[in-house]
Design a protein around this ligand. Structure first.
Ligand code: 5GP
Ligand code: ZN
Length: 117
């Protein structure tokens, strides 16, 4: 599975069809604020190409995960978080609720005053 999937909320955010506070993007991934933050800084990094979870993205194109981590590091650093957590819930039993690959980027501070896009 790749490209955009109808009725996938993160595909719609990537396409700009529904609003999100986009912090940064590169050719392969988009970073935006989580609508329900669990930390002072909480962003999501999603690949442009739809896959259901991180392992599926790795199987389809391992380089995509590298682009996602690079973008996560950029937005974490831009928000004043040199240190941060990356979380990829995989499977409903682990709390995954949106089945489009995403990294949670969780930081203890938020000093971001402007976005990177
Ligand atoms: P999961 O539970 O699948 O690991 O994480 C999904 C995350 O997506 C949750 O933290 C939830 O708050 C976030 N989320 C769900 N719908 C939206 C949305 O429409 N916009 C944004 N910005 N975040 C969303
Ligand atoms: Zn999707």
């Amino acid at each position: 599975m790749s490209g955009s999937v109808p009725d996938c909320i993160f595909c719609k955010i990537v396409a700009g069809d529904i609003p999100a506070e986009v912090l940064a993007r590169n050719d392969h991934a988009v970073a935006f604020r989580d609508v329900n933050p669990q930390a002072p800084f909480h962003a999501l990094v999603v690949p442009v190409d739809h896959q259901p979870d991180a392992a599926a993205s790795a199987a389809a194109d391992p380089a995509v995960l590298g682009h996602m981590v690079t973008l996560a590091d950029e937005v974490a650093n831009a928000s004043g978080n040199e240190d941060y957590r990356l979380v990829a819930n995989t499977g409903a039993g682990a709390g995954q609720s949106v089945f489009h690959t995403h990294l949670h980027v969780l930081g203890a501070t938020t000093s971001m005053t402007e976005t990177l896009v």
